[in-house]
Ligand binder design. Sequence first.
Ligand code: ATP
Length: 365
Amino acid sequence: MKIYLVGGAVRDKLLGRPVKEKDFVVVGATPADMLKKGFRQVGKDFPVFLHPETNEEYALARMERKVGRGYTGFEFDASPSVTLEEDLLRRDLTINAMAESAEGALIDPFHGQADLKKKLLRHVSPAFIEDPVRILRLARFAARFSALGFTVAPETMQLMQEMVTSGEVDALVAERVWKELERALQEEHPEKFFEVLEACGALSVLFPQLKNTNIVELKKAAEQFQDDELRFSVLLHHLTAAQIKEITERYRVPASYRDLALLVSEHLDKYTHAKDFSAEQLLNVLLVTDAFRRGARFEKFLNACLSITGQPKAFLDAVLAAASAVTTKDLSLENLPGNEIGKLLNSKRIDSINNFLSNINLSNK
Ligand code: ATP
């Protein structure tokens, strides 16, 4: 048997980027050979194994053939006669279809290294059309590598457009869309993900709500903040609550992303106008955003609003600090029923906010 390093690790090494995960392809072996060497099989039917010590993935070289729609529609042949080139042929992009031998030789039948130099995201073969996840993956790689100058090869863009027209994209399952979107949101230029989807026509199939979205706002948010929940909320802030829920329900987006997006879309205008608010109105902003109990989420809310509006967040931060300085310990609580405690607490908070407001008025004079 022969073992090769493949995929992302070879690509990232050539790019001089840190290698996060090493995947290997094994040529000329059977599952029994692998088990004999102490590898553990992952899944029952799939020829992928984990190394007994490093836990890195070793997959038997395989060929894939599409036999039906969707994800169960693939048949594969992982017999020991499958060659390395045949395994590389089933991969998505030329830059992901290179291998390195144990001796350090590069095996590059589809000219991935040349495409790295030309900074091109290009499909390996026409079989690219068989899996619509590849569109999302490509868009995600555009988000990751666009700062390096990478663009989509024109013939690949055309292929993706054909995939959208032929309805291939409709077969994408929700979990995969969310997984790729979530990862795209963590990349350096998440807005490129949407640019590519728009350019090939997939955006209107997958996210029709985002048709007129200003992705410059997402770009700006990504320059300022790493947090992908925050970036997601900036992307969706101009949508209605119903539209946001359409997206989060369709793709089973985790509640934390949904809730921050809803919060920002609903309360952004309060952030914008906070300086004209009375102490009562300001306390109301803190209450409706649950700022006292959900401090970390409120910070993300403020940062999202800051990124969208360009207006500093110091004012609302200070309002929260003033209101938070009052605690139930400061109140004399003897014999007060629960709702009275709440009322008293809020009236003290309003006093404290008023105090803060008159202090800034004084210092402005
Ligand atoms: P990342 O840095 O995001 O992990 P990666 O290229 O290592 O990138 P993986 O998802 O780990 O991505 O996939 C490993 C390799 O498997 C890829 O480099 C590619 O060659 C191949 N691959 C993964 N998914 C697909 C797919 N849907 N279609 C074709 N090839 C794929």
